[in-house]
Design a protein around this ligand. Structure first.
Ligand code: PMP
Length: 453
């Protein structure tokens, strides 16, 4: 029953054929493909998506977690139209006040952020974070964790989703390129670490300490597998001792695990934080923030005497180069600020967490009643459905789950009006209602009945 999407998606199939003639594979990101064809969307409203055939879906993709206020929230629409009306333009191309307003907000919310720079995506944010760490330490290598995603570029397209027969020992993984076209250089200069294994991680870091500029990690792998608190504590301690910059990639956890991200929940302060997704209120954005001393390396004069000396006094190669036509886009920052303001209202985040918890609990109960082995794994407003009872602590543990059954269920859910990318996690928004939750649980029940036939 995983086979085809139903005849109710004819127009999607037709539109996909057209796309395939002009776009490789018909998709603008490989992960957006769903066999036999993606569902082509036309409209969104609150917690719902509507496809070109007029089918309605309760959306749990939420643009990979970005749309924490759901689709078309009025505060975002109002903020961007007010901003453009008052500014009289979409973007200035010069410094403007919202850049500082947002930076002050991020500094207030994130313990690890003392200064801020903007980018246009999460990808660019982690790239800038890594370059900043390399510039600051003068060391050439990066350590990342197996199974962790930091964006689609060479340096971090290593061991994101490696085949087990190429990935080496669990406690000392190999660096495996994730894509064709990734130069060997990055395979050789990236150290891969086992997530939630402090002892092995410490050993590898000690071995490579003189070459390692930074360790980057998702505090919650894939948005749903939490770092263990003791692991986080140990990682902070050892990186500090060894002079390795600790980068929290909070592109997904930022504003979702808490308004101050994972660092606020864990009580661990990273040296650099990358942000994206929710920060842009549904528009492309990224940012990095970190310790003043580290961040100042990208000031035009290296921070020596910025107001009087100016850029001319500094050797070009001493400056960390950071640029971007659209960095700090005022319309985007207006959308992001409106989003954050909404999330800051009393009770909003807690209601979001309560609804997520309710959905998880009801799904766990349902699967138990149907005798299907299952657990939900996650923290905050994102979780995943994992069809195994084995504990899930890292990338390799996911291999124990029944992916085939999960896929069959997900395909049925699509036909039943629940939008979940097959095998993907569930993101919740503040506008997902109790009724949405009840309908989602009903859809799961129908799906379980169908796949068990
Ligand atoms: N880091 C993490 C943790 C992410 O989840 C993502 C996006 N899924 C990125 C970086 C890359 O962000 P973007 O897609 O905006 O480039």
């Amino acid at each position: 029953s995983t086979s085809l999407l139903s005849s109710q998606m004819k127009k999607s199939a037709e539109q996909y054929q057209k796309a395939c003639a002009v776009i490789p594979g018909g998709v603008t990101a490989n992960i957006k493909y769903i066999a036999p064809h993606p569902i082509i969307m036309e409209r969104g409203a609150g917690s719902k998506l509507y496809d070109v055939d007029g089918n309605e879906y309760i959306d749990y993709l939420l643009c990979y977690g970005a749309l924490i206020l759901g689709h078309g929230h009025s505060v975002v629409f109002e903020a961007i139209s007010t901003q453009m009306r008052e500014a009289g333009t979409t973007i200035f191309g010069t410094p403007h006040q919202l850049e500082t307003v947002m930076a002050e907000k991020l500094i207030e919310l994130y313990p690890g952020i003392e200064m801020v720079r903007y980018t246009n995506s999460g990808l660019e944010a982690t790239l800038l974070a890594i370059r900043t760490a390399m510039a600051y330490t003068g060391k050439p290598k990066l350590a990342k964790f197996e199974g962790h995603y930091h964006g689609g570029y060479d340096q971090v397209l290593i061991s994101v989703n490696p085949d087990m027969d190429q990935a080496g020992e669990a406690r000392n993984p190999y660096a495996v390129p994730e894509s064709k076209g990734v130069p060997d250089y990055y395979v050789e200069n990236t150290i891969v670490l086992p997530f939630n294994d402090l002892e092995a991680t410490e050993q590898i870091l000690r071995t490579h300490k003189d070459e390692l500029a930074a360790v980057i990690l998702e505090p919650i792998q894939g948005g749903f597998i939490p770092a263990e608190p003791e692991f986080m504590k140990g990682l902070r301690k050892i990186t500090e001792e060894l002079g390795i910059v600790l980068i929290f990639d909070e592109v997904k956890t930022g504003f979702r695990l808490s308004l101050g991200g994972a660092q606020k929940i864990y009580g661990i302060t990273p040296d650099i934080t990358s942000l994206g997704k929710v920060l842009g209120g549904g528009f492309p954005v990224g940012a990095i923030g970190g310790k003043r001393e580290i961040m100042m390396i990208s000031a035009p004069d290296g921070g020596r005497d910025i107001l009087t000396a100016g850029a001319a006094n500094r050797e070009k190669r001493e400056v960390l180069f950071h640029s971007g036509t659209y960095n700090g886009h005022p319309t985007v920052l207006a959308a992001g600020l409106a989003t954050i303001k909404t999330l800051e209202q009393a009770g909003v985040m807690n209601a979001l967490f309560d609804h997520t918890q309710l959905l998880r609990k009801e799904l766990e109960e349902l699967y138990r009643n149907y005798g299907v082995t299952m657990q939900t794994v996650g923290k905050g407003s994102i979780f995943n459905i994992v069809l195994t009872e084995e504990p899930i602590k890292n990338y390799r543990d996911m291999g124990k789950a029944n992916m085939q059954l999960r896929k069959e269920i997900d395909y049925e859910l699509l036909k039943l009006g629940v939008y979940i990318k097959p095998l993907n996690r569930y993101s919740m928004s503040v506008v997902h209602s109790k009724e949405d939750i009840a309908r989602t649980v009903e859809a799961h029940e129908s799906a379980l009945k169908r796949v068990r036939k």
